[in-house]
Design a protein around this ligand. Structure first.
Ligand SMILES: Cc1cc2nc3c(=O)[nH]c(=O)nc-3n(C[C@H](O)[C@H](O)[C@H](O)COP(=O)(O)O)c2cc1C
Length: 409
């Protein structure tokens, strides 16, 4: 269809060139309108997705504020402290039952990691972290705890029984770090070295466990080997469909899911810059999913491994000994709390251990397993946990937690 008016206007436009100034005004006007529309759309997305506000204000972060408020009391307070523990993929693989002054901690197999943790190594370590927080939480709330680890034998779901008695005057210093301890996945500074005094303070935490610590300087041959093999393992995990699926299932891409599920891995705690975090929160889910794999490899390589002045390994005599794994978790939790008191940043890095377990479960030779044996240094030491440590200029971001009422069966 053709309109005469259109035609005449076009002809007139042809005859009379638009003066430069007016043309500039028109194009500026169009650009302005486009920018205003884009800004309005961005504003709407910022508001609709919550990406423009306080990212940790929601219900998923309430348990951290609750512990900090000092209002938590009694048995429920002790369990609340346990739920703030470090745990693999923030899967929170725990359930609690309470009878009078007895708290039982059970593994929750429904919260397992599938192909990422075929032997339950990371689940057992996570439960050990919860045990340690229970002990510190009980003492902080004025109780003397009596602990029995794996009371029904090493292979059951019953991980610990804690009987608490009123009366404890010494409040542990670590309790003040319970709600400040967060995994730091961002940039560490390589100029500030970790001193031997700090290492000694972390080492001191091993005294009551079967675990040993191995330290690897970021610039030394073993540190470089750890970094390269961790990166290789991270890529191998993404290339393995089952492992990739099981890891993605713990990823909560938007704030609604973060606060509703109150578990899993979030963009906010991923190590992205605050600006990139907000951009990613606003992006459509499909775009985020597509870019996530590349981003996670970039973060691992260029931020986490490249900026770490130091790495550490926890070893136990036998990787199949669940008592030792629970103890390794207790050690990690206590070390991370001690480090938090000293403003030291830490991040577990277990890609190699996950790949070694996966290879073992499929009965194939394991490059990750071979490297771990070499790094452990002793024939009777099996590496069950790896981490990096250093100082960071930005604060670590918290990860959500389920409310204490949701974890008591
Ligand atoms: C056994 C175990 C393995 C972990 N492995 C990793 C890892 O490979 N990479 C990582 O960034 N965090 C790892 N973490 C840290 C958890 O993801 C983290 O504790 C969880 O998301 C909760 O966050 P928070 O520690 O800040 O409270 C691990 C923690 C545990 C206990």
């Amino acid at each position: 269809m053709k309109f005469d008016d259109d035609d005449s206007a076009a002809k007139a436009a042809k005859k009379k060139p638009v003066p430069r100034r007016r043309a500039l005004k028109v194009s500026l006007g169009i650009a302005g309108a486009v920018m205003a529309t884009a800004a309005a759309a961005t504003g709407t997305r910022l508001w609709r997705t919550g990406a423009g506000g306080n990212l940790t204000a929601g219900a998923g972060y309430e348990p951290w504020r609750a512990w900090d408020s000092g209002d938590l009391k009694g048995i429920e307070g002790i369990i609340a402290a346990a739920t703030l523990a470090s745990n693999t993929y923030n899967s929170q693989p725990w359930k609690f039952t309470v009878t009078d002054n007895v708290i039982d901690l059970h593994a929750d197999p429904a919260r397992g990691l599938g192909a990422l943790d075929p032997f339950g190594r990371e689940m057992a370590i996570s439960l050990g972290c919860a045990v340690e927080n229970m002990v510190i939480g009980a003492q902080a709330l004025g109780f003397t705890p009596v602990l029995n680890v794996l009371p029904a034998g090493p292979n059951g779901y019953h991980v610990a029984r804690m009987t608490v008695f009123p009366g404890q005057t010494d409040k542990p210093l670590e309790a003040t770090a319970l709600a400040r301890r967060h995994t730091h996945r961002g940039l560490y500074t390589r100029d500030e070295k970790v001193t031997t005094q700090v290492i000694d303070a972390l080492y001191a935490q091993t005294q009551y466990t079967k675990s040993r610590l191995v330290w690897l300087g970021g610039d030394g041959p073993n540190g470089k080997q750890f970094a390269q093999s961790t990166l290789d393992a991270a890529q191998a995990i993404l290339a393995d469909n089952d492992m990739r699926r099981d890891s993605m299932s713990w990823f909560r891409r938007d704030l609604a899911a973060v606060n509703h599920k109150a578990d899993g891995l979030t963009l906010n705690a991923s190590g992205l810059s605050p600006f990139m975090t907000r951009m990613a929160l606003m992006a459509p889910a499909r775009t985020v999913d597509k870019r996530l794999a590349d981003r996670s490899i970039m973060l691992t390589r260029d931020v986490q491994l490249a900026s770490a002045p130091m790495f550490g390994l926890i070893t136990v005599p036998d990787v199949n000994d669940r008592t030792a794994l629970v103890e390794a978790g207790r050690l990690w939790q206590r070390m991370h709390l001690t480090a938090t008191l000293k403003n030291l940043a830490m991040q577990p890095m277990n890609q190699m251990m996950e790949m070694a377990d996966r290879d073992r479960s499929l009965q194939r030779t394991s490059n990750a397993g071979k490297v771990l044996k070499e790094l452990a240094g002793f024939a009777d030491a099996a590496v069950v946990f790896g981490f990096r440590l250093g100082y960071a200029k930005t604060p670590a971001q918290p990860s959500p937690r389920r409310d204490v009422k949701q974890v008591i069966a």
